[in-house]
Design a protein around this ligand. Sequence first.
Ligand code: PLP
Length: 433
Amino acid sequence: MNIWHPYTHSTLDPAPIPIVRAEGIYLYTADGRRLIDAISSWWVTLHGHAHPRIAAAIAEQAQRLEQVIYAGFTHEKAEELAAGLAEVIPASLSHLFFSDDGSTAVEVALKMAVQFWRNRGEDRKARLIALEHAYHGDTVGAMSVGDDSDFTAAFGHLLFPVDRVHSATCFRCPVGKTRATCSVECADSLEALLDRRAGETAAVIVEPLLQGAGGMIVHPLEFLRKIRDLTRRYDVLLIADEVLTGFGRCGRMFACDVAEIEPDLMCLSKGLTGGFLPLGATLCTARVHEAFCRPDRRHTFFHGHSYTANPIACAAALANLKIFREEPVFDRIAAIAQTHQERLPHFATHPAVFDVRTIGTIAAIELKADDAGYLSSLRPHLYDFFISKGVLLRPLGNVVYVLPPYAIRLEELGYVYDVIEEALAAVDQRVFA
Ligand code: PLP
């Protein structure tokens, strides 16, 4: 049987690299090399690989209760996890629905938002609004709210219609302003749309403050705040997809905390288990939940995955929360953020660079490219170069980004930046052309 790898062209891309072990920020290859995982293995690994406390929690739980149907049954770890999350989640998000991964956390949020209005007898409020450059996962509903891209091109006819509004791409302002003088007029397209269509709209979905796969696009706080104000004013639900941004990536526990807003629904995954096991969670307000509590059984939320609230994944997530409580995680986050702020300005003036951006533990360097975009010809050259230097960096086309596990030490992060600097010199001298 031949294995088919995600996002990998079977003839154009190099063979997958066998990894035999991982620890902290390092991946160890079968042929004896060591790679710095500078992208947290697709934004998943949180504190570091094989963190002993999470590994121990998993081992213990696997011997006690490995799986149980989550309809009509519950278990201690799910209950404890709900209580633990209540301590860190915005207070108004009082209800939690478990699923398997980021895409399913998003699917749940979309379905919940649409059924919320239907259960209240407002069937017309069934459309969804999403941002340009959005990415919310690879399942069909998540792709529908994702922007049109090379990822979705083959499936356009399968996707449901979504209204699309401007993102805050300050480096290429969609309304021709400059950040220094603008008042986030890019959000006006949402206002105009809601003005016409709020009566048909269930929800707006956003990746709060940072659009990941769309190019590591950092939004001003005011943009998210304005979206929150508008969705309140027009009585449309706001879904914050924190699958990437959650658990400290943006400097506080959630991106919504950074902007000091509370959404109506929030999607979590990836870092939820410290990046050890798949688990999704969709949180919502009591108002949303209440619409599903009517006596009519047709108001039930008919959605469930086999591994909903898997006890081993919940045990990993609990250990993750404990690490946040007991280790200086936010000091580590602050140190990473400071390094980004110190190193990035130097890149901003580099002749090969179009834009630099950062928020919290994430930094992005967008390179100039004639074929800018996910399929940029620069990407495979850069990727191979980084691997040859012992660093896993996986550019999004011509956007190189750094998103390390929190265990990274400053000298290791410094090395990652040195390698990027070398790569930029090669780009500048057209070595990769
Ligand atoms: N939402 C966002 C913002 C993401 O970045 C991703 C994955 O990168 C997803 C959803 C999908 O998560 P998963 O790959 O676990 O399905």
